[in-house]
Write a protein that binds this ligand. Structure first.
Ligand code: THU
Length: 156
C-alpha cells in the first residue's frame, strides 16, 4: 500500500494545525518522564471541536507507564464515547528543546489509534511534529498495513 503523507516546514502549516502542535507541546510540560527525560505531548481535535491533550506518564516499573497518545485516546474514549478524533498532533521535548525530528508513534499507540478509526469508521489525520519538519499522514491505517482488527475475533 502506498503511504500517503506530506512533509511540511513548520512555517507552511495552517494556523489550526500549528495551534494543535503548540497544544501538544504545552501538554508535554505535564509529562511525567523522570526515567527517559523524553517528554511527549499529544493533542487531539474531536468531531465537535473539543480539544483533548495527553502526555506520557512513566512508572518506576517501566512497562506500567503509558505513551502520550494512548493517555489522550483512552481519556477521549472514556469521557467522549460518541466523539471521533479528527486530527491528532504529536510533539516532544528532550533536554529542554523540542525535537528536530518528527515524533512518530510506537506500534502499540498505532494499534490503539487504528481501533479508534475502526470504531468510528473515520480516519484520524496525523501530524508528527519536529522543529525541522512536520509529517502529515491521512490516517493511522496508512501506517499499519496488514493490521489486526476485532473482526478476526468473531466466529464466522
Ligand atoms: N513515548 C510517547 O509518549 N509517545 C511516543 O510516540 C513515543 C514514546 C514515550 C514513552 C516513554 O515515556 C518515553 O516516550 C520514552 O520512550
Amino acid at each position: 500500500m502506498e503511504v500517503l503523507y506530506r512533509e511540511w516546514l513548520p512555517g507552511q502549516l495552517t494556523k489550526k494545525d500549528s495551534a494543535l502542535i503548540q497544544a501538544a507541546l504545552k501538554a508535554a510540560e505535564n509529562a511525567y518522564a523522570p526515567y527517559s527525560g523524553f517528554r511527549v505531548g499529544a493533542a487531539a481535535l474531536l468531531s465537535d471541536g473539543t480539544m483533548v491533550t495527553g502526555s506520557n506518564q512513566e512508572n518506576a516499573a517501566y512497562p506500567s507507564g503509558l505513551c502520550a497518545e494512548r493517555v489522550a485516546l483512552f481519556y477521549i474514549q472514556s469521557q467522549f464515547p460518541g466523539k471521533s478524533v479528527k486530527v491528532m498532533a504529536i510533539a516532544a521535548v528532550h533536554k529542554g528543546k523540542q525535537t528536530a525530528e518528527p515524533v512518530y508513534p510506537c506500534g502499540s499507540c498505532r494499534q490503539v489509534m487504528l481501533e479508534h478509526e475502526t470504531i468510528h469508521h473515520k480516519p484520524i489525520r496525523l501530524l508528527f511534529a519536529g522543529t525541522g519538519k512536520v509529517m502529515e499522514v491521512e490516517s493511522t491505517a496508512q501506517l499499519m498495513p496488514f493490521h489486526f482488527t476485532g473482526s478476526l475475533l468473531k466466529n464466522k
